[in-house]
Design a protein around this ligand. Structure first.
Ligand code: ATR
Length: 269
């Protein structure tokens, strides 16, 4: 039986064990997957001993994505771009391989929703780790990106870092060009505090679609609620992205891509 886990703090809320159990049953993989509460003082020691004891891989969630990244020996291009990892795999030679499947999960979900056309204009709100984790896959999907952040310098820093991959520019939160964005993505952490961003509502009213990278079970996230109140037609929270990133991690570990549709169509998680 191969052993996997998700590490986070807190981690009790994580849906990853349920999602991977369904993937494993669907693809007939003999594996176990559980949630592990990481200790902020001993994270590196405990993670290394997890692998020394034979674990094959793990997901990493907040607040450990950067620390796990620092611990790895080898990196995917998308992990290097994100400077954080949500997936580790133990290679046959014992080395730890870091990947970041968050952006691939987002891109898969946008494609599923029919919201991913090449050369469209995308506004990303936020310039923290969540935004950085998805920029490379979005640019590779030929999206023209505006990154807007409360702290403009952080948005500009991301733009400088990713400029060589495609069309990307920065804007302050109060200076977002009043244009029709095909897609607006919330990548700020504000929803976790039950709050939404203070931006020009016209930007959301004009948007072709609005996506919140956060999700909430059985209720609207604050950002989704805001978009609904403004009459936006195409709105999604990030549940499909969560399932999508899990599917890409599963594929890295097991070499088989699970079907995410049953999880999104039935209310099984
Ligand atoms: P994460 O890993 O979730 O992205 P993070 O790296 O701390 O977390 O980034 C949080 C993001 O939410 C940042 O873009 C942050 O803006 P700043 O860079 O200006 O801090 C944004 N954010 C958090 N609280 C905010 C608030 N009250 N108003 C506007 N943006 C906020």
């Amino acid at each position: 039986m191969d052993y996997y886990a998700v590490w986070g703090n807190p981690v009790k809320h994580s849906k990853s064990p349920q999602i991977h159990k369904i993937f494993a049953e669907q693809t007939q993989q003999n594996m176990e997957y559980e949630a592990i509460l990481g200790d902020p003082e001993r994270f590196e020691i405990e993670l290394l001993s997890f692998f020394a004891n034979g674990a094959k891989g793990c997901n990493i969630t907040a607040p450990f994505k950067e620390r796990a990244y620092d611990l790895a020996d080898e990196y995917s291009e998308r992990a290097l771009a994100a400077e954080a990892c949500n997936t580790l795999k133990r290679l046959d030679n014992g080395c730890l391989y870091a990947d970041n499947t968050d952006g691939a999960g987002l891109v898969s979900d946008l494609a599923r929703l029919g919201w991913l056309k090449p050369d469209q204009s995308v506004l990303i709100l936020g310039a923290g780790g969540a935004a950085k984790g998805v920029l490379l896959p979005l640019l590779r999907a030929r999206q023209n990106i505006t990154v807007s952040n409360r702290t403009l310098a952080k948005a500009q820093h991301l733009v400088d870092k990713f400029l060589s991959y495609g069309n990307i520019r920065a804007a302050g939160l109060s200076n977002i060009p009043r244009q029709k964005f095909d897609l607006v993505i919330n990548a700020t952490s504000l929803g976790l505090q039950g709050k939404t961003l203070n931006i020009d509502p016209e930007i959301l009213r004009l948007a072709g679609a609005v996506y919140d990278m956060q999700y909430a079970k059985d209720k609207d996230t604050p950002f989704v609620a805001l978009a609904k109140s403004l009459g936006v037609q195409n709105i999604s929270d990030g549940f499909g992205m969560l399932v999508g990133q899990a599917a890409h991690s599963f594929y890295l570990w097991r070499g088989v891509m699970p079907d995410i549709r049953p999880l999104l169509e039935n209310d099984s998680v």
